[in-house]
Design a protein around this ligand. Structure first.
Ligand code: F6P
Length: 527
């Protein structure tokens, strides 16, 4: 047994879970008359209702004791203090400095990071303003109408998701996102664009990611074919922690925006990686987004844990996974423009906490990141909610709902709200009827209300999930800031690529070697 599962706080929760037995969530309301009010918390305008979790006041006490036992207070201080919390890479994870609108010093490696952070942000904003206002033009003098972000993972998901979620506020050039090395994606995007009015942003922390570099080369060739080599400097910008490589690609230093190794890819949208967001929405709205995230940072580091949204959500997710045996974490934003939020959150949580060893390198004997998936409501109701209501396993759901719409169709929004609240109620109460109609109920959910899907509240929401992920990692004693698991596949792909191109297949396992032969044969029409 691991140190964690043997620990007193873990054992106490286990014992408590077995005492709770099959107690129905609905019955907890009878035992605790003020539950609907009491099991709520507010911060930065966001309202969390966790009354429909299968948890009692005692559960919360025990979860808070677990957080104390795991040193959450010390870890929060280490995170905000710029300590090397990413131990395998000996790096800090100080993404909070990127949105530190207070200007208060934040230190990493013994230096205040804020002057550099502010300087890059000012450069990004000036560049974005030049594009938005037409001061920066294409080679032939045309205004830039389309910006294409070429990046993958954290260099794509964050800016793509924010641009989609806040499209109602967009008043700059159109933004497009190309991430996949499947050429179908970039071909489809380029088919809609004109070289003379297009600017590409190559976004890559390392500037070596194979998919991004392949797309960057294709975009460059497409541009050069129409406008010539000299146009690259006017039509390409780069965002990277590897400024030297970006310059080697032919992008002049003035169009290269740096960030730092203490910004993890999945935490990078707040940095220059957010360039497309600034171009689309303008600097003022980008700063509102940062402001919302900063407000959540302040809440996380200072609010008592009993009222602390990231702490509560992190601990409840641990409870659901490790003690109640929930099969997965579902996220259902009732906001069409939050479709990409799920992919962003998948990278955040699964790349962060999908680990099988703890910080001491010992195998874990407890679940870490549960499978996380979802879709926007109400679409999701007509796809997989059947399983949530009647499947044999319980899944925990986060319902996210902006209470005011960004459009004038009030009646439709009322229907949307009704469905969101109804689904959460149905998951809890279920329904008794003949077997095929029975819904067991007793399935936990959170409801998270936002006043509106606007830059400030979206910023707060994203920071909330970032910190929730951190809280989970502290309980599980794992490093959430590395992602070594993605390296293996990348390495094997190099050997497969060489074999596909006629090189030796010796390094490949027999199954992969056969598949390479099969693919080559099928291409030649001989298989
Ligand atoms: O998927 C692995 C990963 O390293 C992510 O963590 C990162 O967001 C993505 O690749 C892209 O990396 P880069 O920004 O260096 O191109």
């Amino acid at each position: 047994m691991s140190k964690l599962t043997q620990s007193p706080a873990w054992q106490a929760l286990r014992e408590h879970a077995s005492q709770l037995g099959t107690t129905a969530i609905a019955d907890l309301f009878a035992q605790q008359p003020d539950r609907a009010d009491r099991f709520t918390a507010d911060a930065t305008g966001l309202h969390l209702d966790y009354a429909k979790q299968r948890a009692t006041p005692r559960t919360l006490e025990l979860l808070l004791a677990l957080a104390r036992q795991q040193g959450l207070e010390r870890w929060i201080a280490a995170l905000f203090g710029g300590e090397p919390v990413n131990s395998t890479e000996r790096r800090a994870a100080l993404h909070m400095a990127l949105r530190n609108v207070s200007g208060r010093p934040m230190t990493v490696d013994g230096r205040n990071a804020m002057p550099e952070v502010d300087a890059v942000l000012d450069r990004v904003c000036a560049f974005a303003e030049a594009l938005r206002g037409g001061a920066w033009r294409g080679q032939g003098g045309a205004r830039i109408a389309d910006i294409v972000n070429l990046g993958i993972g954290g260099s794509d998901l964050g800016p793509r998701m924010v641009c989609e979620a806040l499209q109602e506020f967009a008043d700059g050039p159109r933004t497009h996102f190309v991430s996949n090395v499947d050429g179908a994606q970039i071909a489809a995007v380029l088919a809609r664009l004109k070289p003379e009015s297009t600017l590409f942003v190559v976004t890559s922390k390392t500037f070596t990611t194979q998919e991004t570099m392949a797309n960057a080369r294709s975009a460059r060739a497409w541009l050069v074919a129409s406008l010539g080599e000299a146009a690259v400097a006017r039509h390409f910008a780069a965002v990277s922690a590897n400024v030297a490589e970006a310059e080697k690609f032919g992008i002049p230093p003035a169009n290269v925006f740096g960030f730092w190794d203490w910004v993890g890819g999945r935490y990078s949208l707040w940095s220059a990686v957010g360039l497309c967001i600034v171009v689309a929405l303008g600097p003022a709205r980008f700063r509102e987004l940062l402001g919302g995230a900063h407000a959540m940072d302040e809440h996380f580091r200072s609010a008592p844990w009993e009222r602390n949204l990231p702490v509560l959500m992190g601990l409840l997710s641990v409870w659901n996974l490790n003690f109640l045996g929930c099969a997965s974490q579902v996220v259902a934003p009732y906001a069409q423009f939050m479709e990409h939020f799920i992919a962003w959150l998948q990278q955040l949580e699964l790349e962060s906490n999908g680990k099988g060893v703890d910080r001491d390198g010992q195998p874990v004997d407890y679940g870490t990141a549960p499978a996380l998936w979802g879709d926007v409501g109400t679409n999701a109701q007509h796809a997989f909610f059947q399983m949530l209501h009647q499947g044999p396993a319980a899944h925990a759901v986060d319902f996210i709902l902006p209470v005011r719409p960004g459009h004038a169709l009030a009646e439709q929004h009322e229907i949307l709200v009704a469905h969101c609240l109804a689904q959460s109620a149905a998951m809890m109460s279920g329904a008794r009827a003949e077997p095929h109609r029975t819904c067991p109920g007793n399935r936990p959910s959170n409801v998270l209300l936002l006043p509106r899907l606007d830059p400030f509240h979206l910023g707060a929401l994203l920071a909330l999930y970032e910190h929730r992920t951190f809280v989970q990692s502290v309980v599980w004693n794992i490093n959430p800031f590395d992602q070594w698991g993605v390296e293996l596949g990348k390495r094997i792909a190099q050997s497969v690529l060489a074999a596909l191109q006629g090189g030796s297949a010796e390094a490949l396992d027999p199954a992969t070697r056969r598949l390479v032969t099969k693919v080559r044969g099928m291409r030649l029409g001989s298989a």
